[in-house]
Design a protein around this ligand. Structure first.
Ligand SMILES: Nc1nc2c(ncn2[C@@H]2O[C@H](COP(=O)(O)OP(=O)(O)O)[C@@H](O)[C@H]2O)c(=O)[nH]1
Ligand SMILES: [Mg+2]
Ligand SMILES: [Zn+2]
Length: 347
């Protein structure tokens, strides 16, 4: 059971008018779990959705048809936000992490987990998603005040404009600050590497142990993956959490988000002599000048260029795949037409 987000009321009305029930996808395995006001159902997507390739994701609001023994998802409400990453491995395909998120909370430890370059990856995919980013620096009890201050300053510089909250489960500092931002109705997710303290934070937000926390195994240095399926959990007060399985790789799906995640570079680039300046030894490059003058740090510039090259490689892989697919479809079609003509010739 779920209470419906009043911000989608118009969409829900349309769904009811067409004889369906509004619901939200709360988990996805082979089938979908959809929660509605009347109960939870295991559902299959309608053929129409399968053919269009537009499949529901956790967090989607959907039009559900409930019948005895099952349910069918007929339609997906247009997503307000969608957070994506490149699917793991060599494939260039996009993978939807979650839909209709208001906030994406990056959890990063103030211990050895602290990594600004990884943070920039997160803020880029968050900027591309349309959700608002929040940075939580966890395990503050493991660092001394001076170290915390330094790391907070670096974090602010690498996540311009985003709130940065220092949090410790030991004394619960920072929790109130975070809860003041996560006001319902709101859906949020936590991003961060295994062992960063996501599950511990979830339990603190929920006020009860709903997520399993795992000590970092020392034998193989990997955090235990305690979350295996992406699920939406209602924490009360209209706050919904989408819990992700741990993510080792966070590849960009496009160039989108980079300009927002690196505003100082975007700003400087507007002053480059050439509009299509690559910022690599070009005459009149305002970005390189800003780096030389220390207005943009060398680390931020290098990070930006790395992510830019990575996203462009992915984009060209995707368009190449699209071209190949189109060619394949045209070939299949031509074959079909030839076969038809042959049949006609026979009859
Ligand atoms: N000292 C300290 N340890 C923490 C804190 N938060 C989490 N941990 C520990 O870090 C480990 C990983 O935490 P967990 O929440 O499971 O991380 P997850 O993999 O991101 O979900 C566990 O052993 C937690 O007890 C904290 O604020 N302070
Ligand atoms: Mg966890
Ligand atoms: Zn330039």
């Amino acid at each position: 059971m779920i209470s419906l987000d009043p911000r989608f009321e118009e969409d829900f009305k349309k769904i009811r008018d067409s004889g369906f029930e509004p619901g939200r996808v709360v988990s996805q395995t082979v089938t979908y779990e959809v929660a509605t006001e009347s109960g939870d159902y295991t559902a299959q997507p309608a053929g129409k959705l399968l053919f269009s390739g537009m499949l529901p994701a956790v967090g989607d609001w959907v039009a559900l048809q409930v019948y005895e023994g099952g349910a069918i998802i007929h339609d997906i409400v247009p997503r307000k936000t969608v957070i994506m990453r490149k699917s793991v491995g060599k494939s260039s395909a996009d993978q939807v992490i979650a839909a209709n998120l208001d906030y994406a909370v990056v959890v990063m430890g103030l211990d050895s987990n602290f990594n600004l370059r990884r943070l920039e990856r997160y803020t880029t995919i968050i900027a591309a998603s349309g959700a608002k980013g929040i940075i939580v620096l966890s395990k503050a009890d493991l660092a001394d005040p001076e170290e915390i201050k330094l790391k907070v300053d670096h974090t602010i510089a690498c996540a311009p404009g985003l709130p940065v909250i220092v949090w410790s489960d030991a004394d619960k500092r920072g929790l109130e600050e975070l809860m003041a931002i996560l006001r319902g109705p709101a859906t949020f997710c936590l991003l961060g590497s295994s062992g960063a303290g996501k599950s511990t934070l979830i339990n603190a937000i929920a006020g009860k142990p709903i997520a399993r926390t795992g000590a970092v195994r020392t034998s193989d240095e990997k955090g235990k993956h305690t979350t295996t399926v992406r699920t939406l959990i209602s924490l009360g007060n209209g706050i919904d959490l989408i819990d992700n399985p741990g993510m080792r790789e966070i590849g960009l799906t496009s160039e989108e988000g980079l300009s927002d995640a690196f505003p100082e570079i975007t700003q400087a680039a507007a002053e480059c002599k050439f509009q299509d300046c690559t910022h690599e030894n070009e005459p009149g490059c305002a970005v390189e000048l800003a780096v030389q003058e220390g207005r943009i740090t060398a680390e931020r510039f290098a990070s930006y260029m790395r992510l830019l090259h990575e996203s462009r490689t992915i984009e060209s892989m995707k368009s190449e795949r699209g071209r190949q697919k189109k060619k394949q479809n045209e070939k299949t079609l031509a074959k079909m037409i030839r076969a038809r003509l042959k049949d006609k010739g026979r009859s």
